[in-house]
Every structure is written in C-alpha cells, then in structure tokens.
Design a protein around this ligand. Structure first.
Ligand code: GDP
Ligand code: MN
Length: 395
C-alpha cells in the first residue's frame, strides 16, 4: 500500500515539474520584448530603502549616478528606517557635496520594516515610473534605460530585472544558488511570455506610479506582492532579462538558509493572501496556469516531497525486492529524462531538494506565526564590497 502511494506521489510530482518546466522552457524560447527599441525616457523616481548600509550606500549612489539616462528626469530618494550605524551621516555628507543628481533622504524615526518604508516613500515620488532597488544590487550603465523602455507598452504595469551573481563559484552554497537561478530564469521568462510572473526580483523592479498602492506592513515579499497586485489590476507584470543587476549570494549555507527561509516565508504568505487568484479565469492564464503552478511549487509540493522522502526511506529499509526493482526503474527514467533535457542532473536535483527543504521550513515558520518583516541583514554579501573599497582606499 505504502509503496503504491509513494509511486503515485512520485509520479504526480515528477509529472508536474517536468510538464511545467517543459512548457516554460518552450515559452521562454519564444520570448520577445514587449516594446520596440528606441528612446523612451519618462521621469523616474529611484527609491533606495536602507537599514544599516554604511558599507555599501555610497557605492550604490555612485553607481546610480553613472546611469545613461537624462539626469533632469531622475530623482533618487533614499528612505532610511532609523539606521543605527553611519548610514545617515554618510548620506548627509554625500548630499551636501553632490552636483548633478536630484537626491533626497527621508528618515523614519522607527524601523517598521521594508514594506512599511516603501509605503511611506510613495507620497514623495513624483516620477511617472518608480524604480525600487536594494543597496547591495549594482546596475549596468544601461539598466535604467532598459527597464524603463518596457513601459512604452501601455499594457505593462510592472517589470523586474535579471540578477547576475558576482560569486557563482565561490562555494558550494553559491553553486547551488547558481543552478537555482538558471531554473528561476527559465520560469520567469516563460511566465512573462505566457502572461505575467508573480515572482519578482526585489533588488530591481519598476512600476507605474499611478498603479502603486500601499502593501501590507508585515509583508516580507514586498516585490512579489506588488507584482501580483498590478497583474490583478489588468496590467502585465513581467521579467526583462535585458535589464540586469549584479549581486553576491551568501557563501555559507548558514546565511543562505536564513535568507532563503525568510524569502520563502514571504512567498508563502503572499500565495495564501492572494489565493482568490487560484484558478480564477478572469485573470486569464495567470489565474488558471501560472499562479496555481507557483502555489503548488511553494506551498503544496514541499509537503508532498517530504512525505515522499519519508516513504522512500521507509521502503528502502523494508528490503523488498519488488520495491527495489520499481525504485530502480523509476530512478532510471528520471535520470534519462533529465539527461535528454541536457540538464546538469546532480546540480538540478540538489538545488531542487535544497529549495523544497527551505520551503518546508518556511511553511513551519509561517504556520508558527513568527513574522520576519524586520529582518536580519546578511553581512556576508556586503563583505566583497567592503574588501574592494578597502583596496581603493589603500591605493
Ligand atoms: P536580502 O537581499 O533579501 O537579504 O535583503 P537585504 O537585507 O539586502 O535588504 C534589501 C534592501 O532593503 C536593502 O537595501 C536594505 O537596506 C533594505 N532594508 C531592509 N530592512 C529595511 C527596513 O526596515 N527599512 C528600510 N527602509 N530598508 C530596509
Ligand atoms: Mn540583498
């Protein structure tokens, strides 16, 4: 009996992932930009939320100043939530000395979290397009231009960019992240091509100001919450692989785990809150295919994978030749299919198990009611910059 349930579970999971991945890969191959090329430079407000960012904030602002975009159309607003380090002093000094960039600092007297800070800053934004970007994300010169160009299409309401890892081979943890990212990219691109993606990259995203509304103050996945809200208003929320930003991944499994569980918890919170989108045909393919698939991957599948793993281990210990033969056949099929799809089997599989495990823990966290909307900074990913800055200072 147990063996039959296990086989059925395995089949459902394998069938679902294979089917969705093949569909998305097909759609991703057919991806085309939603806009014509050309000049499109509406006014923009770039929002930079900060909490204890003394290591990187100046690097970030200098990077923003190097954008290839008409400077009279750009304003930068830093919203700081009561940083306890030197962030504010650095900013005040920088603003005093700076020429050629409209730069403002808004200070909150208390830290309520990033979502709350983003809600607060909206009333200060005057650009037609609002770009939100993290301090630890560095842009290319043309990133702003490229992300904004999407809005020349009136149906586009929200856009997110592509992350390029600065340290893909630094450690085993960053290698796992690299594989995860390659799958992430296919899914985001496929979903954007099919309709819209509910999952955004927080370090770089852009919205039409007139579509933005306050989000829940306890939101942990502010990025994806905004994306889903805008899709619900009938506009597209898409991923643009041409607009890139650079970021470091945590190099230790410990930091990675902390960051991933928090992000996982944020997505689970979002999928539960927005469950009315599930199979809702008024949202077209976003409601009938994409949202249900992502809901399954983040909420249902981790529990099924866990049940499957327990049963798998149990069957192994039963030492039943029938079970062994079946398992051997199933694993054979699994490996052949992945090889045929030209996937790095070990990387793919370990990254899958890693993300499902993280989501299972996130589910437990979510169920326990502990919110992480005021999260711990991962210093590791900022150390690379600290080192580089030290080097230039030493010169
Ligand atoms: P991670 O990349 O998911 O690990 O998140 P980060 O710790 O890098 O945070 C993303 C951005 O949000 C960074 O620019 C942080 O400085 C900023 N941030 C985090 N918490 C707060 C907060 O409570 N208030 C404000 N204003 N910004 C915050
Ligand atoms: Mn970050």
């Amino acid at each position: 009996m147990i063996v039959k349930i296990m086989m059925a579970l395995g089949l459902v999971l394998f069938g679902f992932y294979l089917g969705y991945f093949i569909l998305m890969r097909h759609k991703a191959k057919g991806w085309k930009p939603l806009h014509a090329s050309g000049d499109f430079t509406p006014s923009v407000s770039i929002v930079v939320p900060t909490y204890n960012e003394e290591d990187m904030i100046i690097h970030k602002l200098k990077n923003l100043m190097e954008q290839d975009y008409p400077s009279n159309e750009v304003e930068v607003i830093v919203i700081d939530s009561a940083s306890e380090d030197g962030t504010v002093e650095l900013l005040v000094r920088f603003i005093k000395d700076i020429r050629g960039l409209k730069l403002r600092l808004i200070r909150e007297s208390e830290r309520k979290g990033k979502a709350s800070a983003l809600n607060n800053v909206l009333k200060h934004c005057s650009g037609e397009i609002v770009i939100i970007t993290d301090v630890d994300a560095t842009w290319e010169k043309d990133t702003l231009k490229k992300i904004v160009l999407n809005f020349s299409n009136p149906n586009v309401g929200a856009v997110t960019g592509r992350q390029i890892l600065l340290n893909p081979d630094q450690s085993l943890a960053t290698k796992v992240e690299k594989t995860y990212r390659s799958v992430f990219e296919v899914l985001r691109l496929g979903e954007s091509s099919l309709d819209s993606t509910p999952i955004f990259n927080g370090p770089l995203m852009a919205f039409r100001l007139d579509l933005l509304e306050p989000i829940s103050e306890d939101s942990i996945a502010d990025d994806s919450q905004l994306a889903v809200k805008i899709r619900k208003k009938g506009f597209k929320s898409v991923y643009d692989p041409c607009a890139v930003f650079y970021e470091c991944a945590p190099s230790s499994f410990e930091s990675r785990f902390i960051q991933k569980v928090r992000r996982g918890q944020g997505l689970i919170q979002l999928f539960f809150r927005e469950r009315e989108v599930l199979f809702n045909s008024s949202y077209k393919k976003f409601g009938t295919i994409i949202f249900p698939a992502e809901f399954f991957m983040h909420v249902v599948s981790p529990v099924l994978v866990f049940a499957f793993s327990i049963q798998f281990l149990y069957s192994l210990f039963m030492v039943n030749p029938y079970v062994f033969v079946n398992l051997a056949i199933a694993s054979g099929v699994f490996f052949i299919v992945l090889t045929l799809m030209k996937l790095d089997i070990i990387g793919f599989f370990s990254s899958f198990l890693d993300s499902q495990f993280v989501l299972l823990v996130s589910l437990v966290y979510y169920a326990s009611g502990k919110s992480q909307h005021k999260w711990m900074k991962i210093s590791e990913v900022r150390e690379l910059w600290k080192k580089e800055n030290q080097m230039t200072r030493d010169l």
